[in-house]
Write a protein that binds this ligand. Sequence first.
Ligand SMILES: [Zn+2]
Length: 397
Amino acid sequence: MGSLRLACAHTAGTAASRLSRLLGRGRGETVYGRTLLALDPQALTKLSRNRDIVLVSGTNGKTTTTNLLSQVLADGTDEGVSTSVYGANMTAGIAAAIGAIPRHRYVVLECDELYLPEMYRVLKPRVIVLLNLSRDQLHRTGEVRKVANLWHNTFTHDDVTFVIDRDDPFLEYAVSQAGHVVRVSFGGRRHPDAATCPACLALLDWSLGDYQCQCGLGSTLATVRSDKRLSGPARNAVLAVEAARLMGAVVPLEVQEQLTIQAPDRVTEYDVDGVTVSTRLAKNPESWRGAIVATTAPQVVLSVNARGIDGRDTSWLWDIDYSAFAGRTVVCTGERQLDVAYRLSVQGVEVTVAQDFAAAVRSLDASLPIQAIASYTAYQDLAAATMGIRKATGGRS
Ligand SMILES: [Zn+2]
């Protein structure tokens, strides 16, 4: 009876999804997932049975890491992998990925930070990869500590293996009651939100380039050490490889080496009146810090929106050091152009504002290189504009 109900729910979901696509309302994943769960509330439990599931969560790089891990797992096991390609990472999106046919034994799912406890309980994954915790979508997730506490109180059993970047004290705290943890260290680096210990609130000692606390947080040795200074995407690639190995994939060292060198960043070339602008997606302080390091052109466009998915609270703009832009030509645009312009001017960086991205580019010298950084929906709008759609409204977090 259970499987009949699931089959009917799947059929209805597929029909609803097809209708949604025909009406031009998007890819239909969310519609499928919602229909499936409305008709069979137990669908996720049923679909997770007899499957080997990995969940990927954390603030930065979930979608990229999920795609990379799926590929590495498929290559290293010679089997198919069910996965969420487009990053729909809440309940309906996860239902769409795990319900999609063919239903492979291996499943790699991106999971929103706040949904992770529920998905952990319902899907019973074998491995959970935790990338990092940093400030993001403050109106929804609150401070980093809130998510860390939620995870810490959830992960109290030994029924799953975690792969974490142990240089992040919030992750170390999140899994401190868990049974099996593969800790990967990249030589330590300061976490801007972890002046105090997530466990006991004492001041963390960062004097040796790594954290130590009187309560013992930080004293557990890393299982895997990578001594190179890697970018965020490259660090995530190392975590993905460790997770794939835990799932039984064979990943030769030279393949791992190659993956960290080629670790993808979200950069797209946009053309404005024949001028090419290399544009980097950055969604929160952590990814902006990486994007600023990678933005070396003499002329820079910064585009910031504050729709739900970007985080309506723009106070995070104040968590970033923009001094690298001093002396360069910077134009601010997007719906929150004044927020970002004011922030930079307070730091002594001279800026101008422009009505939109195209106007920003036109105000610059076309004979000199231009690079841009765009927040989530600002980046989506650019992609939509190149496809002839006026404005992207959908999306994910
Ligand atoms: Zn402590």
